[in-house]
Design a protein around this ligand. Structure first.
Ligand code: RIB
Ligand code: CA
Length: 318
């Protein structure tokens, strides 16, 4: 069975990504690497453990990643992140703390060890900044060739960014790390705003989770309604919230959900377009293209899979 690592800044759509993974019998979630972004690292790890408990999976471990980009000394949560995800990252919904603690092994070592153990059977899905995987590649560059696949949520190729006209949030947190990953030669599929802003969830669907009558269903519905409400302010024309992070998990489980362009990509790290994800002119004529960039998505099929898997998980949990 395919092994999965999620690397999360947990976050509402990160929580939906955990739910999708736990609701997918085709994959085994072997651990969560924590990162910063929607929330501070410590809050994200707290959320990971509390959420996996609530969803009936207390066996899932969470590993502490790096607390900030390597080019910075620290990280502060931006006001817009708290507006979209809540002060606690999960829509300001209160759920019990886990009795468990994060692991002592750093996420970077956990990722490297997992590649050594599972090789091509391992898929790694980062849905926050690329800081941890860049550090892992610096420590053990050979993992670029040994890993099965990296399916990341981040970037934008054919549409504008969401933090600036050229940059998407996960890439913009640490453009240098993303550039290291893009140019590493690792097999990467980029699930960017090109496709994630086509997969939208509405109150009608979250209502189905609430009707289950379970604590997990009520939590997912209340949390996601907070996110949909934020989208009514930040992107009123969309008519729902973007399922960014769960789409990356969906593609890790079933790559046929998207159509992709084979490309060698880079991230601009200098000048006014810092954070832009674009084709790498220096590698334009390389016969081997190491990245696949999603430019189309089977929206109906993904939404069906998303609702089926997460509804069943929430029904079976407490
Ligand atoms: O741009 C969307 C991404 O930024 C998602 O991963 C969301 O959780 C935030 O991290
Ligand atoms: Ca995220």
């Amino acid at each position: 069975m395919k092994k999965l690592i999620l690397d999360l800044d947990t976050g509402i759509d990160d929580t939906l990504a955990i739910s999708y993974a736990l609701g997918s019998p085709e994959v085994e979630l072997i651990g969560i690497a924590g990162t910063y972004g929607n929330v501070q690292l410590a809050q994200g790890l707290r959320n990971d453990l509390a959420i996996t408990d609530l969803l009936g999976h207390p066996e899932i471990k969470a590993y502490p990643g790096l607390t900030h980009a390597s080019t910075k000394d620290s990280f502060s949560v931006q006001k817009v992140s708290a507006f979209i995800h809540g002060e606690n990252g999960i829509g300001d919904v209160t759920i019990p703390d886990s009795k468990r603690s994060p692991e002592t092994e750093p996420a970077v070592d956990f990722i490297i060890d997992a590649v050594k153990t599972y090789g091509k059977d391992l898929t790694y899905v980062p849905t926050g900044p690329m800081t941890n995987i860049a550090a892992a590649l610096r420590k053990a560059p050979e993992i670029a060739q040994q890993i099965g696949r990296i399916v990341l949520m981040g970037g934008a190729l054919t549409v504008c960014g969401n933090v600036s006209p050229w940059s998407e949030a996960n890439i913009s947190q640490d453009p240098d790390a993303a550039n290291e990953l893009f140019r590493s030669g690792a097999p990467v599929t980029m699930i960017g705003l090109d496709v994630t802003l086509q997969t939208l969830l509405t109150y009608r669907q979250t209502g189905r989770w609430r009707e289950l009558g379970t604590t997990a269903g009520a939590f997912l519905a209340d949390m996601t309604d907070f996110y949909i409400k934020a989208y009514e302010t930040t992107a009123p024309k969309l008519g729902g919230c973007g399922l960014h992070d769960p789409l990356a998990v969906g593609v890790a489980v079933d790559p046929t959900l998207v159509t992709t362009l084979p490309m060698n990509m880079k991230v601009d790290v200098e000048g006014p377009t810092r954070g832009r994800t674009i084709g790498d002119n220096d590698r334009l004529n390389d016969p081997v293209k190491t990245m696949q960039v999603a430019v189309g998505v089977d929206v109906d099929r993904f939404l069906h899979e998303f609702m089926t898997r997460i509804t069943a998980l929430a029904a079976a949990a407490q």
